[in-house]
Design a protein around this ligand. Structure first.
Ligand code: AP5
Length: 226
């Protein structure tokens, strides 16, 4: 089976984390979510976390040079030889160029970029009701995906919290940042013929099914091209 180097792209709250967890289980590939990596660094009070915290709380992106090295190291690891799933990276054109350069250095390339398409109003509704597990970042929503017991993670029993950057004023800022800095990547990857658009406003199971179908079709096309 050829390697699968997959990027999940989409606005905040589009469901990258929700679908990334499922893809991680389905595909058995390492899953690198930069938001989770940075939040863990903040929690552990590492140098990376101390640098990132102010940017994250304000809804800004951390500087490219801070995050590029974090991902380059993981992609270059033995566990990622058959491929990987990236969530939240790249988020700027310089990050996309750095990813391309790293993959070229390794004799590889991005296989597919799955864009989860969701409008701004839906983003606001979703992030307003999101609850995140304090221990491992498992994601719930008070209406769309409620936990069995209020405030408790179904998966590991830890407390569910509201993320610092899910406050209404920060949500708006993150959306503006997405449109200004990350949305240009849609054209970037479309030009490279690796972009696949998914309708992200359907229920999570339907979105997962569409992603599965899209990746399967892409594999078939690749096999036919060989
Ligand atoms: P990050 O954690 O990556 O935040 P994000 O991109 O804003 O994405 P989210 O985690 O908010 O949303 P998601 O798309 O994963 O949606 P989810 O599945 O949770 O980054 C945080 C910060 O870190 C950034 O702001 C930045 O400061 C920094 N950072 C990270 N990467 C960086 C980089 N590369 N460069 C620079 N800085 C970086 O779903 C959301 C909610 O909706 C949940 O409650 C879920 O249950 C619900 N939901 C999901 N799917 C559906 C559905 N289909 N229908 C209904 N509800 C749904």
């Amino acid at each position: 089976m050829p390697e699968l180097n997959l990027v999940l792209l989409g606005p905040p709250g589009s469901g990258k984390g929700t679908q990334g967890e499922r893809l991680n289980e389905d595909l058995r590939l390492p899953y690198y979510a930069t938001g989770d990596i940075l939040r863990a660094a903040v929690r552990d009070e590492t140098e990376l976390g101390r640098t990132a915290k102010g940017y994250m709380d304000a809804g800004d992106l951390v500087p490219d040079e801070v995050i590029v090295g974090v991902i380059a190291e993981r992609i270059d690891s033995a566990e990622a030889l058959d491929g990987f799933i990236l969530d939240g990276f790249p988020r700027t054109t310089p990050q996309a160029e750095a990813l391309d350069a790293k993959l070229v250095e390794l004799g590889r390339g991005v296989t597919a970029v799955v864009l989860i398409d969701v409008g701004d109003d839906e983003v606001v509704r979703r992030l307003g009701g999101r609850r995140t597990c304090a221990a491992n970042g498992h994601v719930f929503h008070v209406d769309f995906n409620p936990p069995k017991e209020d405030g408790v993670c179904d998966i590991d029993g830890s407390e569910l919290i509201v993320r610092d950057d899910d406050k209404p004023e920060v949500i708006r800022k993150r959306l503006n940042t997405y449109h200004a800095k990350t949305e240009p990547l849609v054209a970037y990857y479309d030009q490279r013929s690796v972009l696949r658009r998914i309708a992200g406003e359907s229920p999570p199971d339907d979105v997962a099914e569409e992603i599965r179908r899209t990746l399967a079709t892409m594999r078939l096309e690749q096999d036919e091209a060989v």
